[in-house]
Write a protein of this length. Structure first.
Length: 330
C-alpha cells in the first residue's frame, strides 16, 4: 500500500501539501490539488484516518443516545441524524441505553476518551446530573425530550399545544368522556401533553377525572393494558387521547378484541404518526411530528457546537400536524 511520502513524490510536491489536500485546505492552488488527487488515485492511496483524527483531536463520531431501538418513533429521527452527519463527514454510533445508568455512563465515557466528538440525547430517562456533566465539558443537543432546569439546546415540538389540539378534535366529534393513556409523568413530554389535555377539557366545560388518566410504560402491551382498564370502568370513555402511536396501536387491538367499534363507540387519537398508524384497520388519527426534520436539525446544531464550542444556539420548536383518519371519522 502506498504511503503519503510516495504520493508526494509522484505529484512532485511536499508531504505537507498532500496533507493539506487531504484536509480540503483552501490554501492549495487548484492546479496543485488536481495533481495530488491524480497521484492519490494512481497509487490507490488510502489515508490513515484514525491517525489524522488523533492528530486533530477529533474522532468524526457522533453519539446518539436513546432508550430503545424497538420504538418505531426513533427510526425516522435517526435517519435525519445519519444523513446530516454523513453529509458533514461524521459517523453516528447508535447507543441503546435501556434506561440503565451504567450503560449511559459507558457511552458517555466515549466522549471523555475522545472516541466521540459530541452527543445527541433522545433518552428521556438520562440523569440530570449526567446531563449537566456532559454539557459542562462536551457538545450536546437534546432531541424531543429536554430538561428545563439546564440551559442545554434542544429540538422539539410544542407538546402542550399538540395535546390540546388532539383533545379539541375529540371534543369536536361530540366526545364528552375523554380518557388519556400516557406513559410516565416523570417525562416532560407526558406532563406537557397532559396539561394540553386538561386545558381542552376545561375550555369545553368537561370535568377532569383522574380515573380516566392511565400512566404506564411506553410500549404496545401498555397500550393494551391501559385500554382494558378503561373498559372496566362503570362510566366508559367515548374518546381516548394516547400520547404515543405504539400505545395507540395496543389500545386499538384491545378495542377490536372486545368488539368495540371505532370510532362509533370510542374515538381514538394517537401521537407521532409512525408508519403503522396508516396501515391499521381503522387507520389512526394522530399528531404528526416532523421526525426526520427533528433529527436533521439536532445533528446540524451539534456539528455547529462541535466546530465552535462557544456558539450560543437557539432552541428549535418545530411545527406539528393533526392528521385525521378513520379512528375519529363518523
Amino acid at each position: 500500500m502506498a504511503n503519503i511520502e510516495e504520493v508526494a513524490k509522484e505529484a512532485n510536491v511536499s508531504v505537507a501539501t498532500v496533507s493539506r489536500v487531504l484536509n480540503n485546505s483552501s490554501s492549495v492552488r487548484e492546479k496543485t490539488r488536481v495533481k495530488v488527487e491524480a497521484a492519490i488515485k494512481k497509487l490507490n492511496y488510502e489515508p490513515n484516518m484514525l491517525g489524522r483524527n488523533l492528530r486533530r483531536s477529533e474522532s468524526r463520531m457522533i453519539l446518539a443516545l436513546l432508550p430503545s431501538i424497538t420504538n418505531l418513533f426513533y427510526i425516522e429521527i435517526m435517519d435525519g441524524i445519519k444523513d446530516v452527519a454523513n453529509k458533514f463527514g461524521y459517523n453516528v454510533l447508535l447507543c441503546q441505553t435501556d434506561s440503565d445508568a451504567e450503560r449511559e455512563r459507558t457511552f458517555i465515557d466515549l466522549l471523555k476518551h475522545k472516541l466521540a466528538d459530541g452527543l445527541i440525547s433522545l433518552d428521556p430517562t438520562l440523569d440530570i446530573n449526567t446531563l449537566k456533566e456532559v454539557y459542562m465539558n462536551y457538545p450536546i443537543i437534546q432531541c424531543c425530550e429536554y430538561t428545563e432546569e439546564l440551559n442545554i439546546p434542544y429540538v422539539t415540538i410544542d407538546n402542550f399545544l399538540a395535546g390540546y389540539r388532539a383533545v379539541k378534535h375529540l371534543i369536536s366529534m361530540g366526545r364528552k368522556n375523554i380518557a388519556m393513556i400516557s406513559s410516565c409523568d416523570k417525562f416532560l413530554y407526558a406532563r406537557q401533553r397532559k396539561l394540553g389535555y386538561k386545558k381542552a377539557l376545561e375550555e369545553a366545560g368537561i370535568e377532569y377525572k383522574e380515573e380516566l388518566v392511565i400512566n404506564g410504560d411506553l410500549n404496545f402491551e401498555a397500550g393494551q393494558k391501559g385500554m382494558k382498564h378503561l373498559l372496566t370502568l362503570d362510566n366508559k370513555p367515548d374518546g381516548v387521547f394516547v400520547v404515543s402511536d405504539v400505545l395507540a396501536i395496543g389500545a386499538l387491538k384491545t378495542l377490536k378484541e372486545y368488539n368495540i367499534s371505532v370510532p362509533e363507540e370510542i374515538s381514538l387519537v394517537g401521537f407521532d404518526n409512525i408508519k403503522f398508524t396508516n396501515m391499521m384497520n381503522p387507520t389512526v388519527t394522530t399528531i404528526a411530528q416532523p421526525m426526520y426534520e427533528i433529527g436533521a436539525q439536532a445533528c446540524k446544531m451539534l456539528i455547529e457546537k462541535i466546530k465552535d464550542k462557544d456558539i450560543v444556539l437557539e432552541n428549535v420548536v418545530m411545527d406539528f400536524e393533526l392528521i385525521i383518519r378513520e379512528s375519529t371519522m363518523k
